[in-house]
Structure formats: C-alpha cells, structure tokens
Ligand binder design. Structure first.
Ligand code: MN
Length: 253
C-alpha cells in the first residue's frame, strides 16, 4: 500500500476536551485519518475526553491534529493537548475500546482436561485448547493449541459431553488490539486483545510458537492494571458463570 513503510514521520498523542463524546467524534476521526494516510487509533476515555494516537508524515499528522481542534459538526471542542510519542508502527487507523464480539472460556473434561478459549472473529468462534487454563499472572505463559472453529451457538453449551462434561467457565465481550487488523493478526501468529469477562479482564496476547496442523500458541496476560501476579484464577474461581456448578458437580450429576 502506498505510504506504508516509507518515511516513518512522527507520532503524537492528542487529548481532546469538551463536548466530544456521543457526537460521532471517533467515526469522523477514522474517516479523516484514512483520508490523510494517518495511522493509529482513537478512543473514548472515561473522563469524557477523546484520545487519538496519530502517526505518519509530519504534514498529515499536523492536518489531523488541526482538524481535532474543530472536530465533527456536533462537537464542542474546548482544547486539544498534544504530546509527542514514539511511532508505534500501526498498520491501520482503528477505533479502540469498541467490542469486536463475544468470547467464552469453556472448561472441558474430555480425554484430557482443558479450557477452550473462543474468540468471535467474523461470526465464527476461533478456538484454542489451554491445558492449564488461562492465568491473570503475566509470568505464566500458557500453552494454547489451536483447534477447529466453533459455531457461536456452542458458546452456551454446558453439561455432559460423552464421558466428559463442559461448563461455561467465563464469558463476555472483547476488543481486538495491536497494530495489525484482525483476522490478519491471527494469520500472522500474534494477536493482542482485551477481555471484559467476569473472571478474565484486561489485555492478553496469543503468540504462535509452532505452526502446523495443530498450531501451538502461548496465551499470556499482559502487564496492565488488571494483572494479578501470583494468582491462580482457575483454582480460585472454579464455578460456571451460568449455573454456579463446578465441572466435578456436572460430572457427578
Ligand atoms: Mn475442548
């Protein structure tokens, strides 16, 4: 694509204050950024501001920042604070903080005991079997074996399955993150995302370590405010978020 990989240009982080949320600010910013060839992201903050990471050729970034001072028609901008940041190397301009779909973690006793992490991508559930389960400790790198996609209708399944059983261990929505758009990020073997579950929350990364018929990945909690070093979330919270039952209780029923 034209412009990609050319002169890096500069990166800025702009914080826009005023009546700037609920007025189409993010949507218009994406349109402007794409028109100018600016990469990065835009996000609504809890304090009512809109924050924009913009990187690209100097003139294009300056033009976007100038536009942020006015914003879309219904916005009332009180001020824009601009700070220089490093160029993060984005390959798109994306809205952050918006759900990309649902996720579910199903604890599954089959021949082997594992937790199935499933992320909605293009209407299907991309799936990884995690033998030790997910962790909220960034020091724990959990093996995650990619398995076949599942239908969304399977997300609610809980109960006996053959000789084994399944519970819905956690579920919620998630955001796609990182510099590369999905599903390309998954094809490339490095996918960053933010979970909003009942047990799991905050940033995670899936890093492919071995391609092949059953690709192997590592599931790693990112170091952020939600990280809980030393914790063991699957042991602390074994119950289904749907029925309150443990896998052992389902197997005993
Ligand atoms: Mn399974």
């Amino acid at each position: 694509m034209a412009g990609r990989g050319k002169a890096k240009g500069k990166g800025v982080r702009a914080t826009v204050r005023g009546g700037v949320q609920g007025v189409g600010f993010r949507y218009e910013t994406v349109k402007r950024a794409n028109g100018l060839g600016v990469l990065g992201w835009v996000r609504n903050e809890d304090d009512g501001t809109v924050v924009v990471q913009a990187e690209g050729p100097d003139e294009a970034v300056d033009a976007l920042v100038e536009w942020l001072g006015e914003g879309p028609r219904d916005a009332s901008v009180d001020g824009v604070e601009v700070a220089k940041t490093k160029v993060e190397g984005h390959e798109q301009f994306a809205v952050r903080g918006v759900s990309a779909g649902v996720f579910v973690v199903q604890e599954h006793q089959a021949t082997a005991h594992h937790w199935d992490l499933r992320l909605e991508v293009d209407g299907m559930m991309r799936s990884w079997a995690v033998p030790k389960g997910p962790s909220m400790d960034p020091a724990q790198k959990r093996l995650a074996v990619q398995v076949e996609d599942h239908q969304r209708s399977h997300n609610d399944f809980e109960g006996r399955a053959g000789e084994g059983a399944v519970i819905v261990w956690d579920r919620g929505t998630y955001e796609q993150g990182g510099r590369v758009p999905w599903p390309e990020a998954i094809e490339r073997g490095h996918a960053v995302f933010v979970l909003h579950g009942e047990k799991l929350s905050g940033g995670f990364a899936l890093q492919r370590t071995r391609p092949g018929e059953k690709p192997q990945w590592l599931l790693i909690k990112r170091k952020d405010d939600s990280a809980r070093p030393g914790s063991d979330v699957v042991a602390e919270f074994p119950e289904s978020v749907v029925s309150g039952k443990t896998l052992a209780q389902i197997l005993g029923d």
